[in-house]
Design a protein around this ligand. Structure first.
Ligand code: HAM
Length: 504
């Protein structure tokens, strides 16, 4: 009876040789594009301290991390590479290099997702990060490099969605929202289009439950117009004047802090309702740049907001034609938020209709605070993007442009006719390898006819037969599997024949 099989973990794939070769070919083409823009390769570990991603990646990503404790250390399998590259920049000599530091990478990342075609729990990201460059020129370089990379691969049916998260960030920053609530709202920008607003409001009520409303509304009324410090001092004074028997200052301070918390929570609801209104209006702004930009400008003016983010988008749109980027591919979407919390400015995604399904091939943007958040210098702006390599392969497949991979990776099979020729056949193999040929040896003791069938099945173009006569005369028999012709030759000549006939 056979032992039970051990299978792959759900959502991860074995990559077999033809697909492996295809993906490497795609990665090589992307590397040469990245290098042509001055990016240098870097490799970072697959395993990191979970803390690296807790600081700024956002709930959405954190909830999908492979996160575990090992020997009292909280570790994870990286869910992306941007935070790792920023960490490596801060931790190594890269930090001393002149800015910007342009890096590219490729490797596996892990996310606990619901698996389906094109969505895996282990997948390959390949991307770039430019650390130390702010502004529209740097942002435009990112978008142009991503598009040119896809153009080089021959992809045609992709579209670029451009947004700017600074508008929402700026709006939320003007409100004294609890940090957790602000982050939640940021993460819900894209959800707004998918779920009903009432459902979202119910979710927020759960995060931020209203306290005893009668008590807090009285206090609120009393403390209206005071700063946080003044309000706290007033509460302390009130406590001093009550007849409640309190022991020491500490206890009074705790009560004051708790009351302040209640008031702040009670004050949150009108704020987050206002934020949801703004987010709903932002989310409606999507389409062709010339149509969307005037409405966006109007919206910001109605909220008396600075339109810096829009100016950046306009600059980027003006730069992109110089990179020969087809402007009909570009749409603006002010509801784009990317689900990662570290973005601070321009963000973008590249989508493709892959096998009847809209898929994101690439995502990226500006993240000016991440280096600081991870303990680096204060003022290091950065931006980058990542492709999902498996999705690029699927997109190429659906456009019918996957390169044909060479079937055989072997030039010749050497067949010793008896055990007496084993050593000679190995020497022949070594000499052929030293000439740059890819050679396999028949090691299972199979006879010539079985070996020929094997070579035909494996599409190996030449079979080299060595029997006693060849060993004694220091020659080999070369058989061309396509023409079925064979000749006995010294090894040097056999190499020339194989090269010549291979080229024909
Ligand atoms: P991301 O959008 O989360 O961005 O992922 C980048 C790409 O990885 C996506 O566009 C998609 O092609 C691919 N991808 C994501 N999830 C899956 C999955 N489950 N299965 C297959 N492919 C997937 C980032 O990770 C950022 N670090 C990008 C970035 C770089 N931002 C700045 N620099």
């Amino acid at each position: 009876m056979r032992n039970p099989k051990v299978e792959t973990v759900r959502g991860v794939n074995d990559v077999l040789p033809p697909t492996y070769r295809l993906q490497k070919q795609i990665e090589n083409q992307l590397s040469s594009c990245f290098q042509s823009f001055g990016y240098r390769p870097i490799d970072v570990p697959v395993i990191e301290y979970t803390e690296l991603f807790l600081r700024k990646s956002g709930e959405e990503l954190i909830s999908r991390m492979y996160d575990f404790t090992y020997h009292n250390r909280r570790l994870c399998l990286r869910p992306e590479l941007t935070a790792s590259v920023a960490r490596a920049y801060i931790q190594t000599t890269l930090q001393g290099e002149p800015l910007p530091v342009r890096l590219y990478y490729s490797g596996p990342v892990f996310r606990y997702e619901k698996p389906q075609r094109g969505r895996y729990r282990q997948f390959t990201q390949m991307g770039v990060e430019a650390i130390g460059a702010a502004g529209s020129m740097a942002d435009a370089e990112m978008i142009a490099l991503a598009c040119q990379s896809l153009d080089k691969l021959g992809l045609k049916d992709y579209r670029v969605v451009l947004g700017n998260i600074s508008l929402l960030n700026q709006f939320l920053r003007t409100m004294p929202l609890e940090r957790r609530l602000g982050n939640f709202l940021l993460s819900q920008m894209e959800e707004l289009r998918k779920v009903r607003r009432a459902a979202l409001e119910a979710a927020i009520e759960e995060i931020c439950p209203p306290d005893n409303l009668v008590e807090t509304s009285r206090l609120q009324h009393l403390l209206q117009g005071l700063s946080e410090e003044e309000a706290k001092a007033t509460i302390l004074e009130l406590l001093e004047n009550t007849n409640v028997n309190l022991v020491g200052n500490r206890q009074k301070m705790d009560i004051a802090n708790s009351l302040m918390g209640k008031i702040q929570r009670a004050e949150q609801k009108p704020l987050w309702l206002k934020a949801l209104d703004f987010m709903e209006q932002l989310a409606q702004l999507q389409g062709k740049p010339q149509e969307v930009l005037p409405s966006a400008r109007q919206l910001l003016a109605s909220y008396h907001m600075d339109s810096g983010g829009l100016g950046e988008l306009e600059e980027i749109l003006a730069i992109l034609p110089s990179y020969n980027i087809d402007s009909t591919r570009i749409r603006l979407d002010f509801g784009l938020s990317r689900g990662l919390q570290y973005y601070t400015g321009t963000i973008f995604e590249i989508h493709h209709e892959t096998l009847g399904q809209e898929r994101q091939l690439c995502g990226g943007g500006r993240y000016d605070d991440l280096v600081k958040t991870l303990g680096g210098n204060n003022d290091i702006p950065a931006s980058g993007f990542s492709f999902g390599i498996e999705r690029i392969r699927l997109a190429m497949e659906s456009e019918g442009i996957l390169p044909v991979v060479e079937e055989s990776t072997v030039d010749a099979l050497i067949v010793p006719l008896s055990a007496a020729e084993h050593c000679y056949s190995i020497e022949v193999g070594e000499k052929l390898r030293s000439k740059g040929l890819r050679v396999v040896l028949e090691v299972r003791g199979k006879n010539l006819s079985t070996s020929l069938k094997y070579a035909a099945k494996q599409t190996i173009p030449f079979v080299i037969v060595v029997g006693e006569a060849e060993r004694l005369a220091n020659v080999v028999v070369v058989k061309n599997m396509a023409t079925r012709q064979q000749q006995q030759l010294p090894l040097e000549e056999a190499v020339m024949v194989m090269r010549r006939e291979n080229d024909e």
